[in-house]
Write a protein that binds this ligand. Structure first.
Ligand code: OSB
Ligand code: MG
Length: 374
């Protein structure tokens, strides 16, 4: 297979509510849609999930789109690709830049699935028809507001709730939610806001029967996380630390965590994600599918991944209406009795809704990839 052209569509989709983490606040979902077209005119789609600021990982939308234009698309223009797995190898000499790589690789997976007339889920060996899912809730002004919000999501059918925390926006919030919902599957995500000196706060959190505490310490730290995990009943989950299978192995061998938040964008795409999921299952690490406020295309990729049997814990894969007033795919993802359906159509199984997309499109750049080919 070879690719004729690409389109890079810059999109700014307003969030229904600002999303606040320990390190910042987002009001929009700023992203690019990558469209790749093969020699037969089959179109594949993905989202570039990097953020405007280098605050979650090093990449930004600007750095990632440059890597895509200057390095990744030229590789795709110069090489025939006979399986989507090959893409990972073609990109391997480029260090880091996982979100840029994932964006191109995932669009290619979509093209291959469509060319084979298969759903992306079946193409990657995923067998579930529907998924139970969770919701991630940003830091709120006070615990009364938070408890009300949790109630709305529980009523909507979400089976697991993740609360963003940071020092002193933690114990009182978790306590209030836990008192109101004694049996709820509940967890906390610190996005690296703590360090060893905050041990007493984390030890207090250990008493609220949380499913896990996600990424308490720094994004490059494996040693202090291992120190912490040894002293906590609650599972530690790593998110920002995990860019590759090698990181998962290191975390496992050192005992830095008992759970892995797996995000396609953060590990460079589907090939690496599948390797990680298999490794986790083999080594008794809980693996679950995280989220990056994806719009419908990214959400579809996540749903396909989480439909594999390695994923036995509800992902951060909520319905389209958790973040957006309208989604850019049709049909949008809806929660039905607490579950999301795994699309069965070819490829990602949802259509890009270009009428809606147009309203939120900032720029479109087209890049020809088949110069010099007949
Ligand atoms: O840390 O998991 C995270 C969103 C953006 C960046 C990082 C994270 C998140 C979320 C939201 O927690 C997950 C989602 O609902 O998409
Ligand atoms: Mg996280």
């Amino acid at each position: 297979m070879y690719f004729q052209r690409a389109r890079l569509i810059r999109v700014e989709l307003p969030l229904l509510n600002p999303f606040k983490t320990s390190y910042g606040e987002l009001k929009n979902k700023d992203f690019y849609i990558i469209e790749l077209v093969n020699q037969d005119g089959i179109c594949g789609y993905s989202e570039l999930e990097a953020f405007p600021l280098p605050d979650y990982t090093e990449e930004t939308l600007e750095t990632a789109i440059q890597i895509i234009k200057q390095h990744l698309l030229p590789i795709i223009a110069q090489n025939d690709v006979s399986t989507p797995e090959e893409v990972h190898q073609l990109f391997a000499w480029i260090q880091g830049n996982e979100m840029a790589k994932a964006a191109v690789e995932l669009a290619i997976w979509d093209v291959f699935a469509k060319a084979k007339k298969k759903s992306l889920a079946s193409m990657i060996g995923a067998t579930r028809k529907s998924l139970t899912v969770g919701v991630s809730i940003g830091i709120q002004s006070d615990s009364t507001t938070l408890v009300k919000l949790v109630e709305e999501y529980v009523d909507a059918g979400y089976e697991r709730v993740k609360l963003k925390i940071k020092p002193y926006k933690d114990i009182a919030f978790i306590k209030a939610v836990r008192e109101k919902f004694p049996k709820l599957s509940l967890m906390a995500d610190a996005n690296s806001a703590y360090n060893k000196e905050d041990f007493s706060l984390l030890k207090e959190l250990d008493e609220y029967d949380l499913e896990m505490i996600e990424q308490p310490f720094g994004t490059k730290d494996f040693v202090d996380h291992a120190w912490l995990q040894k002293q906590m009943k609650t599972r530690i989950c790593l998110d920002e630390n995990i860019r590759s299978l090698a990181d998962v192995k290191q975390a496992h061998i050192l005992g830095s965590c008992q759970a892995i938040n797996l995000k396609l964008a953060r590990v460079g795409g589907m090939f690496e994600a599948l390797e990680i999921a298999k490794y986790c299952t083999k080594n008794d690490l809980l693996v679950w599918c995280g989220g990056m406020l994806e719009a419908g295309i990214g959400r579809a990729h996540n749903v396909a991944l989480a439909a594999r049997t390695e994923f036995n814990f509800p992902g951060d894969i909520s319905a389209s209406n958790r973040y957006f007033h309208e989604d850019i795919v049709s049909p949008a993802f809806v929660l039905e009795r607490g579950r999301l359906k795994v699309p069965e159509g070819y490829g990602i199984g949802v259509e890009v809704d270009f009428d809606t997309l147009q309203k939120y499109t900032k720029t479109i750049e087209e890049i020809l990839l088949n110069r010099g080919r007949s």
